[in-house]
Each structure stands twice: as structure tokens, then as C-alpha cells.
Design a protein around this ligand. Structure first.
Ligand code: SF4
Length: 64
């Protein structure tokens, strides 16, 4: 399972990093949010799905 952020429409609110610092980190150089894992570890999959639901503008996509 992977997470992908649509960088064009992400509003950089930082909610994902605030709630899920184990999955996301703000990238100050590129003014975007990075997903910390290419492949989400099994133990974080439920949190990753929740993060996708919590994104204010639904720009975090779960890819199977
Ligand atoms: S919660 Fe969504 S809109 Fe906000 S920074 Fe994260 S990916 Fe971007």
C-alpha cells in the first residue's frame, strides 16, 4: 500500500503532519508535504487510511 499526495491541490494546511507525524513531514525546501514511506508498513496501514479520510481537501490517495 502506498500514499500519494496530489501536490497541485494540497493546501499545505499541515493537518496530516500534525495528526500523523509518523507518516508525513513538511518539506520546507519544496513547499510540499512528503510521505515518509514509499511502501506503508503494515502496522501503519490503518492510520494511513484514516489520514486519507482526514485530509481537508481529500488530496491524500491510497494506492493498493
Ligand atoms: S491534510 Fe491534505 S491538504 Fe493538508 S497538508 Fe496534508 S495533504 Fe495537504
Amino acid at each position: 500500500m502506498k500514499l500519494e499526495i496530489n501536490k497541485e491541490y494540497c493546501i499545505r494546511c499541515g493537518l496530516c503532519e500534525d495528526l500523523y507525524p509518523d507518516l508525513f513531514k513538511r518539506n520546507y525546501e519544496e513547499h510540499c508535504i512528503d510521505v515518509l514511506y514509499d511502501e506503508i508498513p503494515a502496522e501503519l496501514e490503518e492510520r494511513a487510511k484514516q489520514a486519507a479520510e482526514d485530509c481537508a481537501v481529500a488530496m491524500i490517495k491510497v494506492i493498493r
